[in-house]
Design a binder for this molecule. Structure first.
Ligand code: GDP
Length: 534
């Protein structure tokens, strides 16, 4: 590779930071995203992220469903510049629209920002997404939000994260009061106090003034009791808290914590600056050839998400690709590992806050969208140079199961075709009963939305109206050693045995208690919550 291209790629990697936000609905992800984009100048007014959502409604017919339900199904990548960095924010869909895509997006992220509502602490969706981050040892940065409202004590929240997630914590800044008495934060990096001044209605950005902690003037501005408490707590942090250890942060073992209020835009810039200092730049990805470093000379990437039918006129399917190494250029020719085919990558797209735009080049850590209908499946590798295959993206543990019936025999073919395509696309996992008389598929999903999407698309794209019959199970476990291990155990009464799309045995349980019970009876039985990569 020409030396100047190598330098160009190394510089691009150095300047890139890529992350996803993990949170529970209502913690303030939309608000924080908006504020971050404001700093990057990618949007010019608050509310634009929500507005973008409603604009998208107009662009596609299967978004009709979004409109009906008032939710956002698709996730895009928001790119913005700040302080010499190019930042890629992978937008994981939140809310009720929880699906495997939310998990898969994390496969393309180098860092995660865990957003927590100060009043609520850790919530279920955050915990689930955290587990997926842990599988990849992603660095996790915590932003405790809504400090302008009454919430739980900072020390208590840190303790919860340590105890329940097993993460060490390091507070980068520290709140001074909370709710009505929220007066600002102390930045431990610069040893400065940032004072929060409520503006009218508390809606607009709070004014922020900065003081050195020992400045006598600041002591007049802060409530003496809160100032004393601050000094006491800082001493406690210095004495008992761990030091910031970036190596541990980068291994996903320690989380830097920030406090602020996204709505009033307080503490967001402090967070962004420290985050850019501490975050991992685009990282190596593991493959059959070992780790592929971003500066490896040839272009490589993998598909982490497929999105169908964004434009009803074209019935297109966009494959989202994470660039892992080298430089991507429009119209370049690559090899497709799974099929061995050669593909020309035309019509690449980048997804900006403003909508889709064509791109000419991209570097490691970037996400590109490709319009190659039918060509790609989740987890596929594309490459130039030496043949390489990245580790696949696992199927995530489903929690919702339902028979899908097609009551109209004349639609049998369309039904089969639709189900096969939707399964290949990764819209839902599909399992089958062992009972020959029950030939209809069992849909297995992580969120209700996936079931709705399958039904909606079967009707709209394949003309098949279907019926769901929800099954009373919430836990799936793959039998690691296959059918012979299962036969050795004999009949299992506490679970339904089914097979996945690859014919492997899966046990469906009503609850985790039943799983424990079975394992108690058969300690040698190896069960996995996540399907082995096929
Ligand atoms: P999402 O569901 O995580 O995307 O959350 P949103 O960003 O839509 O926020 C949920 C609600 O919390 C909205 O009413 C926001 O105005 C509010 N909110 C977000 N951040 C803050 C904050 O810092 N302080 C307060 N008081 N409210 C906030």
């Amino acid at each position: 590779m020409a030396a100047d291209l190598k330098t160009e790629i190394a510089q691009a990697v150095q300047a890139r930071r890529n992350f996803a936000i993990i949170s529970h609905p209502d913690a303030g992800k939309t608000t924080l995203t908006e504020k971050l984009l404001l700093y990057g100048g990618a949007i010019h007014e608050a509310g634009a992220v929500k507005a973008r959502r409603s604009q998208r409604h107009a662009t596609s017919d299967w978004m009709e469903m979004e409109q009906q339900r008032g939710i956002s199904i698709t996730s895009t990548v928001l790119q913005f510049d700040y302080d010499g960095y190019q930042i890629n924010l992978l937008d994981t869909p939140g809310h009720q629209d929880f699906s495997e895509d939310t998990y898969r997006t994390l496969a393309a992220a180098d860092n995660a920002v865990m957003l927590i509502d100060a009043a609520k602490g850790l919530e279920p969706q955050t915990r689930k997404l955290f587990e997926v981050c842990q599988m990849r040892s992603l660095p996790i940065f915590t932003f405790v939000n809504k400090l302008d409202r009454p919430g739980r004590e900072a020390l208590e929240l840190m303790d919860e994260i340590e105890q329940e997630l097993g993460l060490q914590t390091y507070a980068v800044n520290w709140p001074i009061g909370m709710g009505d008495r929220f007066q600002g934060v102390y930045d431990r990096r610069r040893q400065e106090i940032h004072l929060f001044e409520r503006s009218e209605h508390g809606k607009r950005a709070a004014r922020e003034t900065v003081w050195k902690i020992d400045d006598p003037a600041v002591q007049d501005l802060i409530d003496p009791a809160l100032y004393a408490q601050l000094l006491e707590e800082l001493e406690l942090l210095e004495e008992l808290g761990a030091d910031l250890d970036l190596a541990q942060v980068h291994r996903g073992k320690m989380t830097p914590i920030f406090f602020g209020s996204a709505m009033t835009n307080f503490g967001v810039e402090l967070f962004l600056e420290a985050f850019l200092d501490y975050a991992l730049k685009p990282n190596a990805y593991h493959s059959n050839l070992g780790d592929i470093d971003p500066t490896y000379e040839s272009f490589t990437g993998f598909v982490f998400k497929l999105q169908a039918n964004m434009d009803p006129k074209h019935r297109d399917r966009v494959a989202f690709i994470r660039v892992c190494s080298g430089k991507f250029e429009k119209d370049m020719t690559v090899q497709h590992t799974r099929t061995g085919k050669t593909i020309r990558l035309s019509r690449p797209q980048k997804l900006f806050a403003q909508g889709r735009e064509s791109i000419v080049d991209a570097y490691p850590g970037d996400i590109i969208g490709l319009n190659n209908p039918g060509m790609f499946a989740i987890g596929d590798t594309i490459f130039q140079g030496k043949k390489v295959e990245f580790d696949g993206i696992p199927c995530f543990s489903p929690e919702l199961f339902a028979y899908l019936r097609n009551p109209n025999p004349s639609k049998f073919k369309q039904f089969q075709k639709g189900m096969t395509e939707l399964r290949e696309e990764g819209a839902v996992q599909v399992m089958y009963s062992l009972d020959e008389s029950k030939r209809e598929p069992i849909l297995a999903a992580v969120g209700q939305l996936q079931l709705d999407v399958v039904q909606f698309r079967l009707q709209n794209e394949y003309g098949v109206e279907t019926r769901l019959e929800i099954l009373p199970y919430t836990v799936a476990r793959w039998v690691q050693e296959g059918w012979s291990a299962l036969e050795a155990v004999g009949r299992i009464f506490s679970a339904l045995t089914v097979k996945d799309s690859w014919g492997r045995p899966v046990l469906l349980f009503k609850n985790t208690w039943n799983v424990q019970q079975l394992l108690g009876d058969h300690p040698d039985l190896a069960l996995a919550a996540i399907a082995p990569v096929a």
